[in-house]
Design a protein around this ligand. Structure first.
Ligand SMILES: C[S@@+](CC[C@H](N)C(=O)[O-])C[C@H]1O[C@@H](n2cnc3c(N)ncnc32)[C@H](O)[C@@H]1O
Length: 331
């Protein structure tokens, strides 16, 4: 397979390299901004689950770009957090840690004491196991950990944007978000593949219930609830609006495009932009073993059984009982 074949299959991957973004995810935040005007009046922002850093790049360019033009008087502050190290970015403070851990949350909160954030974004995605219920559960936990941190650092009226998997318990998540925000919309940017269950909740006008005291040790989501929230009717059921962002003029992330996009401009291969976060292996060492399915990162598409053995239920059968046991005990 030629090195340009991914450029052909994934237009946003290609554009990200050409425009200098570290990941194609940058377009998701940019397209959400086009729809919701996320950055107006924003000086202080938190980027949760930030590596390799394309959302932090967007925040840095948008917030600091305005500052450089002299349009902002207050100091811009951007704090980015991830389990993994990421290459430095101008004006972005980095914290390496797990957002579900109280110690990481406290470190983030310290940066905003006395001066709350205007915007919190979270593009967190778990290492997918392929077991949909498990993946959706971990994703929900990431979102709720992000919401917990948000409840400590976001100013009243502020905005929270987070990746969400539209799985079977999503109604419960919407209900919980609606407790904290005046408006909750589920949005799907054009750069997010239709084949993926991923979408983004855009939660506006932070207004926690009266008397609510943020508390990291109180998980908001209690999976011991015995009601099927999706069966609730009438006012008990929260249905949030769903918005497909943009119009048909944007590139379709599920389509394959020719390399020659513009007849006046010759296609040129661009190498990936993000700097490696690990040094190359010392000479003489054997190449690393291929990672098993359970360790693949950030994959949000639903597997298509039978079409592709590398991403299907068939592959799950190859997991050993020990893998599965370890995975279930890590929650
Ligand atoms: C889809 S990637 C984020 C891409 C990023 N928004 C960008 O634009 O470059 C998901 C990230 O979530 C991070 N992540 C997953 N679980 C996490 C956790 N518990 N705490 C912190 N980061 C986490 C992963 O390390 C991964 O870098």
């Amino acid at each position: 397979m030629g090195r340009s074949s991914k450029d052909k299959r994934d237009i946003y991957y290609r554009l990200a390299k050409e425009e200098g973004w570290r990941a194609r995810s940058a377009f998701k935040l940019l397209q959400l901004d086009q729809e919701f005007n996320l950055f107006t009046g924003v000086n202080r922002a938190v980027d949760l689950c930030a590596a390799p850093g394309s959302w932090s790049q967007v925040l840095s360019r948008k917030l600091r770009g305005l500052e450089e033009k002299g349009e902002k008087v207050e100091e811009v502050k951007i704090v980015a957090v991830d389990l993994q190290a990421m290459a430095p970015l101008p004006g972005v403070t980095q914290i390496q840690g797990d957002i579900t851990k109280v110690s990481t949350a406290q470190e983030i909160i310290r940066h905003f004491e006395g001066q709350p954030a205007d915007l919190v974004v979270c593009d967190g995605a778990p290492d997918v196991t392929g077991l949909h219920d498990v993946d959706e559960y971990i994703q929900a936990q990431l979102l709720l950990a992000a919401l917990n941190i948000t409840s400590h650092v976001l100013k009243p009226g502020g905005t929270f944007v987070a990746k969400i998997f539209r799985g079977k318990d999503v109604t419960l998540l919407y209900s919980q978000l609606k407790l904290f925000f005046g408006g909750v919309t589920c949005a799907k940017p054009r750069s997010s593949r239709n084949s993926s269950i991923e979408a983004f909740v855009v939660c506006q006008n932070y207004s926690p219930p009266e008397g609510y005291v943020p508390n990291m040790s109180n998980p908001l989501l209690d999976h011991a609830y015995d009601v099927d929230f999706n069966q609730l009717q009438g006012p008990n059921r929260v249905i949030v609006p769903f918005l497909a962002c943009g119009d048909l003029s944007a590139f379709d992330s599920d389509r394959t495009y020719p390399l020659q996009l513009d007849s006046g401009k010759q296609y040129e291969y661009t190498p990936p932009h993000a700097a490696p976060d690990l040094p190359p292996l010392p000479a003489g060492l054997p190449p690393p073993k291929k990672q098993p399915a359970v360790q693949r990162r950030c994959q949000t598409s639903r597997p298509e059984p039978g079409r592709d053995g590398s991403n299907s239920r068939v592959q799950l059968i190859r997991l050993t009982a020990a893998d599965l046991w370890g995975k279930l005990h890590s929650f």
